[in-house]
Design a protein around this ligand. Structure first.
Ligand SMILES: [Zn+2]
Length: 416
């Protein structure tokens, strides 16, 4: 992935996250909220037929209120599907339903999310009192790309771990003879041939892994190796893998199976290491920041200062706390002064008094945007990398509490 693509996907992921957070808040008074996951290769006409079928079956729902709500949701989804000839890349999700807004009132909500970061594997139709967001959340929750290798002396499998999804790619099986030698062979010769066969097989497995992983080595967060002992140890100690991959090995894990299911076992066995690696990436960012804050001149923090630096193009890395949920309102006073206020996402837009000249700008004149999207848009234009930092460790928590969730590492000193 190029840096630009990565920035785009981070931004898209954030936009998805935001929509999901809203969707999770919604409740229906009955089982009337419809969620439909459409994989890329699914015919839109099939989806329409399915929705039509559900619509006619909904006429059996006893509660009139729920029946009407479900049918309205399905009609709304069908209307949206008209805009599509084929499903977008990686598929799409449609959400629709009458949500409770309190006091017996409802509000009809319809949302379509296109191009999820990973492809949907299967078609899902779901009708409940809540929207089904878990499949999307799973996709967005975890970052990371890891290479997986499982092997014993008989077979090997390699594949990817992308986020939480295991993707088996290639397999190989060996011609290594069993420990039992045939009659007539000398023990020594048998032993030598057997070691040779093992060595050949390790080489074959390494070639298979190199072919898959080497082109992606700069995007990968690590390599996990699994299998019984001593196979995985021999394989790693013998340094069969390309040296750059060898350096990326995060650990070796005991795994009983070396078929495709072994890849899943490997990921299970490596859970602690994976969690640690994810946090480590964020830790490194914050360590760099604090080093500059205490001993250097290249740290900036807080919304205003970081934004100014961003606009100047002086920010190398923009660090945003994953927990930031704020909006920014831009006001232009009658005398042309531009000022901004950061407010809580749930709060109404306030009126603003210009600090420069004292003129008042009314609430509806303020242009309101999501704070993260606002900053990321500037970062994209200036070639600044954006890094999201979790609050799962002390310095990440500090970014959120002490610096307003926004900081940056500069390319050069600016004095701002
Ligand atoms: Zn003013």
């Amino acid at each position: 992935m190029s840096q630009q693509e990565e920035a785009q996907s981070d931004r898209q992921k954030y936009e998805f996250k935001k929509v999901i957070e809203d969707l999770k808040e919604y409740k229906g008074s009955g089982t009337q909220l419809v969620s439909i996951y459409v994989p890329e290769d699914r015919q839109i006409s099939d989806v329409v037929a399915h929705v039509t079928q559900e619509h006619s079956e909904a006429s059996n729902i006893k509660s009139k209120q729920t029946r009407t709500a479900v049918q309205d949701a399905l009609t709304s989804i069908k209307d949206r599907l008209r805009y599509y000839k084929t499903a977008p890349k990686n598929g799409m999700v449609l959400f629709s339903g009458a949500i409770d807004t309190g006091g017996g009132q409802t509000d009809m909500v319809t949302k379509v999310l296109e191009n999820p970061p990973e492809p949907f594997q299967s078609f899902v139709y779901h009708c409940d009192s809540e929207f089904l967001t878990e499949p999307l959340e799973e996709m967005l929750g975890e970052k990371g790309l890891y290479g997986l290798v499982v092997l014993d002396r008989r077979e090997a499998n390699v594949g990817w771990l992308k986020g939480k999804r295991v993707e088996p790619v290639k397999s190989a099986s060996s011609l290594v003879p069993g420990k039992q030698r045939k009659g007539g062979q000398s023990a020594q010769r048998f032993h030598r041939l057997r070691l040779e066969a093992i060595d050949n097989f390790y080489q074959e497995v390494a070639e298979m892994a190199n072919e898959l992983f080497v082109p992606k080595r700069h995007d990968m967060d690590g390599v996990l190796v699994g299998g019984p002992s001593p196979t995985k140890d021999e394989f790693l100690d013998g340094e069969y893998l390309h040296h750059e991959l060898q350096d990326k090995v995060l650990g070796k894990f005991d795994v009983s199976y070396t078929d495709e299911s072994g890849l899943y076992d490997l990921v299970d066995a490596a859970q602690d290491v994976l969690a640690e690696t994810e946090v480590m990436k964020d830790k490194r960012q914050m360590d760099d920041f604090f080093k500059q804050l205490h001993d250097g001149d290249l740290a900036t923090y807080g919304f205003e200062a970081t934004r100014k630096n961003l606009v100047m193009g002086s920010v190398d890395r923009l660090l945003i706390s994953e927990d930031v949920r704020r909006d920014v309102v831009t006001y232009v006073c009658p005398n042309g002064h531009e000022e901004r206020e950061v407010i809580d996402r749930r709060k109404e837009t306030p009126a603003h008094t210009c600090e420069e000249c004292g003129e008042t700008v009314s609430a509806d004149e303020g242009e309101r945007e999501d704070l993260i999207e606002h900053l990321m848009a500037i970062a994209d234009q200036r070639g600044t990398e954006t890094k999201f930092v979790s609050t799962d460790f002390e310095k990440g928590e500090q970014l959120y509490t002490a610096f307003g969730g926004v900081a940056g590492i500069l390319r050069y000193e600016t004095g701002i």
